[in-house]
Design a protein around this ligand. Structure first.
Ligand SMILES: Nc1ncnc2c1ncn2[C@@H]1O[C@H](COP(=O)(O)OP(=O)(O)O)[C@@H](O)[C@H]1O
Ligand SMILES: [Mg+2]
Length: 359
């Protein structure tokens, strides 16, 4: 069988650029080279695209940027693939399927997915709408509410409103303290503050407003953090759940990336069987409510005292290093990393074939 021409997109214009480099390195190293002809496309933080043909090890270090050939993927279906610009000559590499390994804005949020829809190339993961819905925490929560799924109560505040502190204090009174102030669209805990009392509110609002014009203020849950991997299109399957024990007061940016591994990943999460089952069922319900495709990691907050589960957020392109939660959970659920990659690519083709082209 002919090898599939697979483009792996990595880097990207987002605060999670470095995480993407790590995820991409793992994915490229573990793809079956007998099945795929791999094209590595790096996107710099400035948004410049390069076709990279060098050593995979140089992806994580950022050295790939110096060796890449200027490239792009357009919207015209006449050129379903990568166009390169080298020595005043253009090159063209047709592509069968794309694996966007981009976390956060400009990659996980529907923008790249939109480009690939126009180009009419199958791609791994959620479609435009679901990607965008999951990137915006307010919309994700509105879908949860509409579907009758539990999520912590919240209030939406816009940047232009934050000067009127008294009005905001009133608006959030029913949430109580601690509460969490977050930018609506971001990841990696950037711009998020745990607010212990009214006095801390203005600083938290100001910080979040640096990153987004739309903020949410959420009821704080004294919670254990449970995560579950979901895979599939029409009939999604849930992995066993894992637990994160953050090294800081909450799972903030430092705890995620700079604590030298002090945050713990417990796999499986130490939960009674019925709780584990409840997590998995809820994860699938959330996945279906958001009409997700391919994959997603569904994150929960579980009240320490009552055991009540709340949906926190959904990541449509979760961290994907070999030790990341998403693939790890599948591995212990009996699906090794390389098999998982094959399944994701097959799901991309399946989604593509279902697309309506009658008009
Ligand atoms: N309502 C909440 N109650 C308790 N902890 C929360 C709440 N919201 C967020 N957190 C803490 O903040 C972290 C980051 O918040 P999250 O909404 O997951 O944003 P991100 O997309 O940046 O990961 C969570 O992992 C958790 O530790
Ligand atoms: Mg999170």
């Amino acid at each position: 069988m002919a090898k599939k021409k697979l483009a792996v997109l990595f880097g990207g214009q987002s605060g999670e650029h470095e995480v993407s480099l790590m995820s991409a390195k793992s994915i490229i190293n573990n793809l079956d080279k007998d099945k795929y002809e791999i094209y590595m496309i790096g996107i710099t933080k400035k948004g410049e695209w390069y076709l990279y043909k060098g050593d995979v090890e140089k992806i994580e270090t950022g050295e790939w940027e110096k060796e890449g050939i200027p490239a792009t993927m357009g919207a015209s279906t006449k050129y379903r693939g990568i166009i390169t610009f080298e020595d005043e000559k253009n090159g063209f590499y047709p592509i069968d399927v794309v694996f966007p390994v981009l976390h956060g804005p400009n990659g996980e949020d529907g923008t790249i997915q939109g480009l690939l829809e126009l180009l009419d190339i199958p791609y791994v993961g959620a479609n435009v709408l679901s990607s965008a819905l999951c990137m915006d925490k307010v919309f994700t929560k509105r879908i949860f509410k509409e579907a009758g799924l539990p999520t912590p109560d919240f209030v939406v505040v816009y940047r232009k409103e934050i000067e009127d502190l008294e009005a905001i204090k009133k608006k959030v009174e029913h949430l109580g303290y601690p509460c969490f102030v977050k930018p609506a669209n971001l990841g990696s805990s950037v711009g998020i503050t745990k607010v212990h009392n009214e006095e801390e509110l203005p600083g938290a609002l100001k910080l979040a407003a640096k990153y987004d014009r739309k903020l949410l203020i959420e009821r704080g849950i004294d919670a254990r953090e449970i995560e579950c991997s979901v895979l599939g299109n029409e009939n999604p399957q849930a992995s066993i759940a894992g637990e994160i024990v953050p090294s800081n007061e909450f799972y903030d940016y430092n705890a995620k990336y700079f604590d030298g591994g002090k945050s713990l990943l417990l796999i499986p999460a130490p939960l009674p069987d019925e709780k584990m089952e409840e997590v998995r069922q809820l994860a699938i319900k959330a996945y279906k409510a958001l009409d997700l495709r391919g994959m997603a990691r569904v994150d929960f907050l579980m009240d320490r005292n009552t055991g009540t589960l709340y949906l926190n957020e959904v990541n449509t392109i979760p961290g994907f290093t070999k030790i990341s939660m998403y693939p790890k959970l599948w591995e212990v659920s009996g699906k090794p990393y390389s098999i998982l990659l094959d399944e994701l690519i097959n799901l991309a083709t399946e989604s593509y074939n279902e697309k309506c082209r009658e008009w």
